[in-house]
Design a protein around this ligand. Structure first.
Ligand SMILES: [Zn+2]
Length: 401
C-alpha cells in the first residue's frame, strides 16, 4: 500500500495531528505523537495549518485572457448591460490566444493557489456551437489527475433570443457537460417561463444539475429566484440547483429577504457569490443563518467583464468577509466555509475534508488558525493532491501533460 505520513499538522479545530495518507485518502488522523523515530519518509509540517483544498465554485475557463495579452476594460455605454458585455467579449475572443492555452493558464493559477475542485461555465450558443465545450472537455481530460472539474453548458447569448441554442445545449450535455446553465430569464430572454422550461426540461432529460447566472436585481430578480426555487422543489431537485450571483437578494428589505431565504433553504437551492465590486450581493450571514448553502467562485478572471481575479479562493474568502463586515472569529470562519465546505456541498463533492476516508486533497499554510488565514491570505502554501505535493507557492510542481 502506498502510504505517507505527515507529522505536526495544525487542523482547523486547533488540534495538532499526525496524518496518514494511503492510496490517496486519509487513513489515520491522531494527535501528534512527537516521536523521536518517525516513520521513514514522513513529512514534518512543523505546525502549519492544514486545510482541505479550496473549492472554486464558479469560473469561466473559456473566456479569460489570463496569461495572454492584457486587454483594457471596455466600459458599457449606458450602465451595466449584459448584452453589450457579451458583444465586447465576442470581439475580444476573436483576437485572443488559443482557448486551450488560456484555459490551462487559468487552471494552473487555481491549482497553484490550492483549488482542486472547480465548476466552470462554458459558453454555448447557436453561433459558437459546441466549439468551446469541445476544447474545454479536452483540457479537463488532460488535467484530471490534478483537478476535478464540473462543466456547465452556459447559454451566454440567451436561449429564446438565440434560436438554435436549446438544441446545442442538449448536445453539450450529451457530449459531457455535467450541468445546464441559464442567464437572466427575464431581462435577457424576456420570458421567465419559457427560459426555465428549457433549462429544467434539459436537466430532467439528462439527470443534470442546474446553475443559472442571475444578475437581475430587486423584485424582478427575487421573482426569478422564487420561480427557480419552486421548480426545484416541484421536481425534487433539492441540492442540485444553484443560482449564481443572485444580486436581487442584495437589495431587498430585511423582511422580504427573510421570507425568500426560508423558501430558498427549503427548496435546497444554493447561492454562489463572488462579492463583486460595484454590485449588491447576497447577504451571506443572513442566508447562512436561514440554512441556505452559500458558496463562492472567482467568476471572471481578467476577461471582458473586468480586469480583476487572481484564482485564489482564500483571497476570495477575504473579500467576502471584508464586504460582509465580518470581524469576529466565527464570522471569518464562515467566510472560509464559503470557499471550502459549503462549496463542496453545493458541488456535491464526495469525500471532502480532513477526515479519515476523505480524499487527501489539502493545502498547508503558515497561519495559526482559520481566522488568521482569512485576513492574512498567506501566499506561501503547498498544495497536495491525493497526498502528493503538486504545487508550492503558486507554482505547479506536477504537470499534467
Ligand atoms: Zn459567471
Amino acid at each position: 500500500m502506498d502510504q505517507t505520513h505527515y507529522l505536526n499538522a495544525r487542523l482547523a479545530d486547533g488540534m495538532v495531528a499526525d496524518l496518514t495518507v494511503a492510496d490517496g485518502r486519509f487513513s489515520a488522523i491522531v494527535p501528534a505523537t512527537n516521536t523521536v523515530t518517525p516513520p521513514s519518509g514522513a513529512i514534518d509540517l512543523a505546525g502549519q495549518l492544514v486545510l482541505p483544498a479550496f473549492v472554486e465554485g464558479h469560473i469561466h475557463l473559456d473566456t479569460s485572457f489570463y496569461g495572454d495579452a492584457w486587454r483594457p476594460h471596455i466600459p458599457c455605454t449606458n450602465g451595466f448591460d449584459v448584452r453589450e458585455r457579451v458583444a465586447f467579449q465576442m470581439r475580444n475572443l476573436d483576437q485572443a490566444a488559443p482557448m486551450a492555452e488560456r484555459a490551462r493558464n487559468q487552471l494552473e493559477l487555481c491549482v497553484g493557489n490550492g483549488s482542486l475542485s472547480m465548476r466552470s461555465h462554458v459558453m454555448v450558443d447557436a453561433a459558437v456551437g459546441l466549439k468551446h465545450v469541445e476544447t474545454i472537455l479536452g483540457v479537463r481530460e488532460k488535467y484530471r489527475d490534478l483537478i476535478d472539474i464540473q462543466l456547465v453548458a452556459f447559454p451566454q447569448s440567451g436561449i429564446l433570443s438565440s434560436p438554435g441554442t436549446a438544441e446545442v445545449l442538449d448536445e453539450a450535455l450529451k457530449l459531457g457537460c455535467d450541468l445546464i446553465g441559464g442567464l437572466d430569464p427575464a431581462s435577457f430572454d424576456r420570458d421567465v417561463k419559457g427560459h426555465l422550461d428549457v433549462v429544467f426540461g434539459l436537466a430532467e432529460k439528462h439527470g443534470a444539475g442546474v446553475d443559472i447566472h442571475l444578475h437581475d436585481r430587486g423584485t424582478l430578480g427575487l421573482f426569478e429566484i422564487e420561480e427557480i426555487a419552486a421548480r426545484t422543489k416541484a421536481l425534487g431537485m433539492q441540492g442540485n440547483v444553484v443560482i449564481s450571483h443572485a444580486y436581487g437578494l442584495g437589495d431587498i428589505s430585511a423582511d422580504t429577504l427573510a421570507g425568500a431565504a426560508e423558501r430558498i433553504a427549503a427548496a435546497g437551492v444554493a447561492i454562489m457569490t463572488n462579492a463583486p465590486g460595484d454590485h449588491p450581493f447576497p447577504p451571506v450571514a443572513a442566508l447562512r443563518k436561514a440554512g441556505v448553502t452559500v458558496f463562492a467562485g472567482s467568476d471572471n478572471i481578467r476577461d471582458s467583464w473586468w480586469p480583476y481575479g487572481d484564482g485564489d479562493m482564500l483571497n476570495r474568502a477575504n473579500m467576502i468577509g471584508y464586504r460582509s463586515g465580518f470581524y469576529e472569529d466565527w464570522e471569518l470562519e464562515a467566510a472560509y466555509d464559503v470557499v471550502s465546505h459549503a462549496g463542496a456541498k453545493a458541488l456535491g463533492l464526495e469525500g471532502y475534508g480532513i477526515a479519515v476516508g476523505a480524499r487527501a486533497d489539502f493545502v498547508t499554510l503558515k497561519a495559526e488558525h482559520v481566522p488568521e488565514a482569512v485576513v492574512a491570505v498567506p501566499k506561501e502554501r503547498t498544495v497536495y493532491r491525493a497526498g502528493r505535493d503538486v504545487a508550492r507557492s503558486g507554482r505547479i510542481s506536477a504537470k499534467s501533460d
